[in-house]
Design a protein around this ligand. Structure first.
Ligand code: CFM
Ligand code: HCA
Length: 533
């Protein structure tokens, strides 16, 4: 395998090769610990799948908050491409507001870049308040805003005073970090400082009150998870941030437990909430049947109430009886196949288990922008080197809230539970990978083609930027960001949907009929006409 890796990098200059080798490892369980480099800059010129800090802030974390209007201060392209077309879903609550379908931007022009865009932003905020009347507004900065020095913070503060609604500003210029991850931090820090706990409520709104952190309702995933949790008897206080709202997030301090679905985008907020309010966090994974069952049992153990445990087991038994026979059918089609699973920061790990349930082995996996702890486990956090890029993201200090802090369970019980369930813990992706399988950080297009050539997977799971290249090589490709506009894929119903979509990918007769179009005729033909257009 090591030789394969060397051969694969044949076209790289020596320096690039040295760099990239630190981001790739072949799983070897005989080694106590395997280290990987992550969260560092992509080498210029390499075609990465990563996005930018603005995408992580506005696109991923803030965008799904539906009762807010999210203003993009910048050129129209940044606004247009961060319109939530990646299928974040949001239902309007009764009497509530929902602006999820809007795309609002200052549409900066050349003159704004030269003379400044602050006035235009202030005007747009006035217009938004007048016409849409949102519960709150966010302003996200794109690259040129930072370069020309528009003070979005001052404009937002003035607007907040003028209109008496919260106007939150986020200096999430695309270049603020090496990837989307920096943008998650910037957005989450803002929500932590200005939104969570900003209400008079002291009591949770129901029994077994929980927040679900790091779940963005792509393809309706949160709704399937909520269906299960609510039937068991949990009360969902808030979701960060799928199908959620400013109003919901304000109440998040009242929960008894925080679930962490996407460790990458939210683990630091889970830590802050524990420090400030005493709310413990539990790592869950609702992707895959076994993972869902395990997460539900872990939650029941945390609350330790016989009635809740019984209801949990009842729901699990009923759901398994319903979905397992269906999964068996699809398994017949999928069994003994291999997959690549390369997604942003969590799904590269989470989806391996669901693939496994279909008999599909993940032989290569990785993350676009996750950090070492998402690969190696949280215990490496103290060893992670700080560099100029990390320091660029402002840290916030969180103190214990003396009035609201409450230990949710006694410290001894907490310690006891930590041995049984992943409370405040995430062991990362690497321990779940098998010998000889490959882990790649920030996989690029050149390496994708090379790995495909060497390993010939049966299915390629990734995103829109690389799927079509691979699909045209004749390998079924599944988007695990947008779900190819299908979903939900979470929970019990999601597993069935996923199984069907994957099996359809293998069995579609298209593979027998399609020749690349350029084989038969030129792709473009036409005549140039003179006159009117
Ligand atoms: Fe978390 Fe996400 Fe992901 Fe992510 Fe993303 Fe996403 Fe993703 Mo695309 S928050 S890290 S920044 S699970 S948008 S909903 S699918 S890359 S694996
Ligand atoms: C982002 C969003 C994205 C992109 C998806 C893809 C998403 O990174 O800004 O590349 O297919 O999930 O929508 O990750």
């Amino acid at each position: 395998r090591e030789q394969d890796l060397d051969a694969l990098m044949y076209e790289y200059p020596a320096k690039v090769k040295r760099n990239r080798k630190k981001h790739i490892l072949v799983r070897d369980t005989s080694q106590q610990k395997q280290e990987i480099e992550a969260n560092t800059r992509t080498i210029p010129g390499i075609i990465t799948n990563r996005g930018c800090a603005f995408a992580g802030c506005k696109g991923v974390v803030l965008g799904p908050l539906k009762d807010m209007v999210h203003i993009v201060h910048g050129p129209v392209g940044c606004g247009y491409y961060s319109w939530l077309t990646r299928r974040n879903k949001a239902r309007t609550d009764e009497g509530g507001k929902n602006f999820i379908e809007y795309c609002v931007t200052t549409d900066m022009q050349e003159s704004d870049i030269v003379f400044g865009g602050e006035k235009k932003l202030a005007q747009l905020i006035d217009e938004v308040v007048e016409t849409l009347k949102p519960n709150a507004i966010s302003v996200s900065a794109t690259c040129p805003v930072g370069l020309i020095g528009d003070d979005i913070n001052a404009v937002s503060k003035a607007a907040q005073q003028k209109h008496h609604i919260p106007v939150l500003s986020f200096s999430c210029e695309g270049y603020r970090g090496v990837s989307q991850s920096a943008g998650h931090h910037i957005a989450n820090n803002g929500l932590m400082e200005h939104v969570i706990g900003d209400s008079d409520s002291e009591e949770a709104p129901g029994k077994y009150a929980i927040n679900m952190l790091g779940e963005y309702n792509i393809g309706g995933d949160s709704w399937e998870i909520e269906r299960i949790l609510e039937e068991i008897g949990y009360t969902l206080v808030s979701v960060m941030t799928g199908n959620s709202s400013y109003e919901e997030l304000r109440e998040a301090h009242t929960a008894e437990l925080n679930l962490v679905q996407c460790h990458r985008s939210i683990n630091y907020i889970a830590e802050m909430l524990e420090k400030k309010y005493g709310t413990p966090w539990l790592k869950v994974n609702f992707i895959g049947i076994e993972s869902t069952v395990e997460s539900l049992r872990d939650m029941a153990l945390y609350f330790d109430d016989p009635a809740l445990t019984q209801k949990t087991e009842e729901v699990i038994a009923r759901e398994l009886a319903r979905v397992e026979p269906v999964m068996e059918q699809y398994k017949k089609i999928c069994n003994d196949k291999t997959a690549f699973c390369f997604v942003g920061g969590s799904r590269g790990h989470h989806y391996q288990k669901l693939f496994k349930e279909l008999g599909i082995e993940t032989i290569l996996a990785g993350y676009e922008f996750a950090h070492r702890d998402d690969y190696e486990g949280r215990e490496v956090i103290p060893d992670i080197k700080m560099d100029a890029d990390n320091r660029n993201i402002p840290e916030i200090k969180v103190e214990k809230d003396e009035r609201r802090f409450r230990l949710k369970i006694p410290p001894e019980r907490m310690e006891e539970l930590k041995d049984k369930i992943p409370l405040s813990n995430y062991p990362g992706m690497i321990p779940d990978m098998k010998d000889g399988h490959i882990v790649v950080d920030d996989l690029n297009h050149f390496e994708t083609e090379e790995f495909i050539r060497i390993l010939k997977p049966d299915i390629f799971a990734s995103g829109i930027k690389d799927k079509y290249v691979v699909q045209k090589m004749g390998i079924p490709s599944k988007q695990l960001h947008s779900y190819d506009y299908s979903g939900p894929y979470a929970g019990f119903n999601g597993a069935i949907r996923f199984a069907k979509d994957v099996a359809d990918g293998f069995t579609t007769p298209t593979w027998n009929f399609i020749n690349p179009p350029w084989q038969n005729e030129p792709l473009l033909s036409g005549t140039v006409e003179e006159g009117e257009h």
